[in-house]
Design a binder for this molecule. Structure first.
Ligand code: NAD
Length: 481
C-alpha cells in the first residue's frame, strides 16, 4: 500500500480502551477526489471481536451505575474536544469521504451538538410514579439502560451517524460495540478518540472494522449484545433484523429512502429552486433523505425545470479540499457507476437531459449534478434510490395525483412539499407516507427531533428524546410496605 497523504491517520481498532493494531487488513481507504489509496483498514479477528464484546459487557456494569450527571460530563467534554479538533477532523473526513470541507466542518459541529444534547437529555430520563393501589405502597416505572449495543454505520455521514447512536446509548447508560464503515474509518475514530480523551471508561465504547457480514453476524449472535442499531440500505437492514430476531433483540433501523418533492403552482419559485439546489447537492446527494422524485405542478413546470437546470449548470464541482468547490466527489466508484446507469436508463426511456449527465474531473469520482425532465414512470430511477446528485422531474395536475405518485414506492423516509397555501401544506403533511415531512424546507433531521422511517425505510427513531428511549427498557417496581 502506498500512502498518498501523510496526514491521514493509520486506522486502528479501539478495544477495551486500547488502540489495537489488527493482524490483517480487510480493505483500503480511497481518497474519492483522486482515487489514491490513503490507508489499509484493519480486519477484526474473532479474538478482537470477543475482546470487544467482553469489555463492553464488563464496562456495562460500571457505566450503568454512573450517575447521568457524570455520564453527561464526559459526553460534554468530548463535544468540547471535537470542537477544538474540528479543523483537522474535517480535513480527514473530506480526504476519506469526498464532501466539501465546509460540509465536513458542519458535520463535526453537529456531532459535537449531538454529544452535548444527549449529555443533557440523559438527565431527563425520568420514568414515572403511578398512584398506588394501597396506602404506603409505591408503584414506579424506572427506565434502565438496555445493555451492550451493536451499532453499524455507513460512509455518507461518518461522524454524525455514529455520534447519534453512541451519544444516546452512552447517555442512557449502555455500552457500545461500533462497526463504522470501512470506507471512512478516520471520522469515527476521531469521535472515539475524543470520548476516550474525555475520560470514558475502558470498554464503554469499542470500535471494530472488518468484513461487514462477518462482524455483524458475530456481534449480533453474541448473547452479550442486547440491542442492534443500523443505518444503511434496506437489504442489509433486513438481514440484520433477521439475525437480531433469532436472539429476540430489538432493532432500530434507519434504511433507504426515495424522497418525493411536490412543487405546487403557488410555490415561491426563487426560494424553491434555491432550496432544491442546496437540498439535492448536499453531500453530493448521498443522503437517505435526499430529494429525488421532483413532482411539479403543470403551471410552473417549464419554468421550474429551466431554472433548476440553469442553477445546476452553474454549480462548481471539485475536490472537497478546494474552498471554491460547492459539491465534492462521490464517495466511491460504485456511486459513479450507478449515476451513469440510472441517467442513461432515464434518457433511454424518453427522459430529457437538462443538466449534467456525465463524469467530471478525470481521476476522482466526480459526477456533474444532473437533471432529467419528463422522466417516464417506468425508469429505473423512479424505483431505485439514486443516492447521488440526480434529480428526476415529472409533471402533475392535481394534489391527489401527486400524492398517489409520492406514496407509490415501498420507501417512507422523507417527503417534501413547496407551497404558499396553508391548506395544501396541511393536506400533504397529513397524507404523505413518510417518517419526516418538510414543508418549504429540506431539513427533516435535527438533533432534538426524532428521525426514522416507515415501510421499507425501517423502524424506530434516533434523535430527540426518542433516540435515548431506544436504548432503555422500562422496569416496573411495585413496592408494598
Ligand atoms: P451496502 O448496502 O453494501 O452498504 C451500506 C452500509 O452498510 C455500509 O456502511 C456497509 O459497510 C454496511 N454493511 C453492508 N453489509 C453489512 C452487513 N452484513 N452487516 C453490517 N453492515 C453492513 O451499500 P453501499 O454500496 O455502501 O451503498 C448503497 C446503498 O446503500 C445506497 O444506494 C443507499 O440506498 C444505501 N445507504 C443508505 C444510507 C443511509 O443513510 N440510510 C447510507 C449509506 C448507504
Amino acid at each position: 500500500m502506498s500512502k498518498a497523504d501523510a496526514q491521514y491517520p493509520e486506522p486502528r481498532q479501539f478495544i477495551a480502551g486500547q488502540w489495537r493494531k489488527a493482524e490483517g487488513s480487510c480493505a483500503v481507504v480511497h481518497n474519492p477526489a483522486t482515487g489514491d489509496i490513503l490507508a489499509d483498514v484493519p480486519r477484526a479477528s474473532q479474538r478482537d471481536l470477543d475482546d470487544a464484546l467482553a469489555s463492553s459487557s464488563a464496562a456495562f456494569n460500571v457505566w450503568r451505575r454512573r450517575s447521568a450527571i457524570e455520564r453527561g460530563a464526559i459526553l460534554s467534554r468530548a463535544a468540547e474536544l471535537i470542537r477544538e479538533r474540528a479543523g483537522e477532523l474535517a480535513r480527514r473526513m473530506t480526504l476519506e469521504q469526498g464532501k466539501t470541507l465546509a460540509e465536513s466542518s458542519l458535520e463535526f459541529s453537529i456531532t459535537a451538538e449531538t454529544l452535548d444534547w444527549y449529555a443533557a437529555e440523559g438527565r431527563r430520563a425520568y420514568g414515572r410514579v403511578i398512584p398506588a393501589r394501597q396506602p404506603g405502597a409505591r408503584q414506579l416505572v424506572l427506565p434502565e439502560p438496555i445493555g451492550p449495543v451493536a451499532a453499524f454505520t455507513p460512509w455518507n455521514f461518518p461522524a454524525v451517524l455514529p455520534a447519534r447512536k453512541v451519544a444516546a446509548a452512552l447517555a442512557a447508560g449502555c455500552t457500545v460495540v461500533l462497526k463504522p464503515s470501512e470506507e471512512t474509518p478516520a471520522s469515527s475514530i476521531g469521535l472515539a478518540q475524543a470520548l476516550a480523551d474525555a475520560g470514558l471508561p475502558d470498554g464503554a465504547l469499542n470500535v471494530v472494522f472488518g468484513v461487514p457480514s462477518e462482524v455483524s453476524t458475530h456481534l449480533i449472535r453474541s448473547p452479550i449484545i442486547r440491542k442492534v442499531h443500523f443505518t444503511g440500505s434496506t437489504s442489509v437492514g433486513r438481514q440484520l433484523a433477521l439475525l437480531a430476531a433469532e436472539g429476540l433483540k430489538p432493532c432500530t433501523l434507519e434504511l433507504g429512502g426515495h424522497a418525493p418533492v411536490l412543487v405546487f403552482d403557488d410555490a415561491d419559485l426563487d426560494m424553491t429552486v434555491a432550496a432544491c439546489i442546496q437540498g439535492k447537492t448536499r453531500n453530493a446527494g448521498q443522503v437517505c433523505t435526499s430529494p429525488t422524485r421532483f413532482l411539479v405542478q403543470r403551471g410552473i413546470y417549464d419554468d421550474f425545470v429551466r431554472r433548476f437546470g440553469k442553477a445546476m449548470d452553474g454549480l462548481v464541482v471539485g475536490p472537497g479540499l478546494d474552498p471554491s468547490s460547492q459539491m465534492g466527489a462521490l464517495a466511491n466508484r460504485r456511486r459513479l457507476d450507478a449515476m451513469e446507469e440510472l441517467t442513461a436508463d432515464a434518457i433511454g426511456g424518453g427522459g430529457r437531459l437538462v443538466a449534467g449527465g456525465h463524469r467530471a474531473h478525470g481521476t476522482g469520482f466526480f459526477w456533474r449534478p444532473s437533471l432529467v425532465a419528463d422522466v417516464p414512470a417506468s425508469a429505473k430511477a423512479m424505483e431505485i434510490e439514486p443516492f447521488g446528485p440526480l434529480a428526476f422531474v415529472r409533471p402533475f395536475s392535481t394534489l391527489e395525483e401527486a400524492l398517489v405518485e409520492a406514496n407509490r414506492l415501498p420507501y417512507g423516509l422523507a417527503a417534501y412539499a413547496f407551497t404558499s397555501s396553508a391548506a395544501t401544506a396541511v393536506a400533504v403533511s397529513d397524507e404523505l407516507q413518510a417518517g419526516g415531512v418538510g414543508i418549504n424546507s429540506f431539513s427533516v433531521s435535527n438533533t432534538e427531533a426524532p428521525f426514522g422511517g416507515v415501510k421499507d425505510s425501517g423502524y424506530g427513531a434516533e434523535g430527540g428524546p426518542e433516540g435515548l428511549q431506544a436504548f432503555m427498557h422500562l422496569k416496573y417496581v411495585n413496592h408494598v410496605t
